[in-house]
Design a binder for this molecule. Structure first.
Ligand code: NAP
Length: 280
């Protein structure tokens, strides 16, 4: 006997506000074609006030949802159960309707970043000195995975210093420290600089000292498209070895959601190449 959920159409969506720019529908459709999985995937724009009702109504007749800004914390709060990755991040980017109708939350952002860094960008992490700029939802999502990947030192710097200190405290290990933004010029250089602020998305200028980078540094912006341009321009001017945006992370976190929902791991390289050449 098929389970009740199996009788539902294979529907998925990404919830955000705004969400029109989201590449998730295209990515999941390409994964589905590649793996022979028929699915319907749409983008649903919903305000924070309407998020809870909208996502519950959708998931009553669908299999899963991705969640993007500004709903990731709300997604975790409405779920009936959550993975360790979602709990420690304090947010979820994946919601899955379980066979008994309850909702499970997961966060695949950190795993997506680490796989893009260590694979596509060939950036070894073990023992490395890492600077994390920002302490918002995305920074919280990736910090644990950077530690799990064995980084030697994680320095967190945020415009609002208390938030960086709180994240460092939550991570709770000696190789993590929080520092003030105005002290950036005194921190020396890093092997990897992860830019996780929303300054680029907001069109706000980013002022960083060139001394943070050397010719061996990898500069990585979690944003992509025009939002990443300011950090990438700084990184290139500072002489980094590699400057990359978060498109690879986006595709990798989507692949982890696809595995959760369909039990198949798609090949992310052709999807990444397609999005790169079509100007994502
Ligand atoms: P968030 O929770 O709103 O946090 C924003 C962060 O940016 C805070 O640390 C904030 O500092 C800082 N900030 C904002 N404006 C700033 C400025 N002008 N100068 C310095 N710092 C500033 O947002 P989020 O969820 O962390 O998202 C951050 C970025 O990551 C977004 O661009 C998002 O698109 C990207 N992202 C990408 C992926 C992917 O798959 N590639 C996944 C997740 C997120 P305060 O604490 O001082 O306000």
């Amino acid at each position: 006997m098929p389970h009740g959920t199996d009788l539902l159409p294979p529907r998925y969506a990404v919830f955000g506000h705004p969400v029109g720019h989201s590449l998730s529908p295209a990515i999941h459709r390409m994964f589905g074609e590649q793996c022979g999985v028929a699915l319907e995937y749409t983008a649903i724009d919903v305000t924070p006030a309407a998020f809870d009702d909208a996502v519950r109504r959708f998931l009553a007749h669908a299999h899963g949802a991705n969640v993007t800004l500004p709903h990731k914390a709300a997604a975790l709060a409405l779920a009936d159960e959550c993975s360790a990755a979602a709990r420690r991040a304090g947010s979820a980017n994946v919601l899955t309707r379980l066979p008994d109708g309850r909702l499970a939350a997961h966060n695949t952002d950190g795993a997506g970043l680490v796989r893009d860094l260590t694979g596509r960008q060939q950036c070894a992490l073990r023992g490395r000195r890492v600077l994390l700029l920002g302490a918002g939802g995305a920074a919280r999502g990736v910090a644990w995975d950077l530690l799990d990947a064995g980084v030697g030192e994680l320095t967190i710097v945020n415009r609002t210093p208390d938030t960086a200190a709180a994240l460092a405290g939550a991570l709770g290990v000696a190789r993590v420290r929080a520092r003030y933004w105005q002290d950036l010029a005194e921190l020396g250089s890093f092997d990897l600089i992860v830019h996780a602020t929303s300054a680029g998305v907001l069109g706000q200028p980013l002022v960083l000292p060139h001394g943070l980078a050397t010719a061996q540094t990898v500069g990585y912006d979690l944003s992509y498209g025009s939002a990443a341009q300011s950090f990438l321009a700084w990184a290139r001017a500072a002489g980094v070895r590699t400057a990359c945006d978060g498109l690879g992370m986006l595709v990798e976190q989507a692949a982890d959601a696809f595995v959760l929902w369909h039990g198949r791991r798609p090949d992310t390289d052709p999807v990444y190449a397609h999005l790169r050449t079509t100007g994502a």
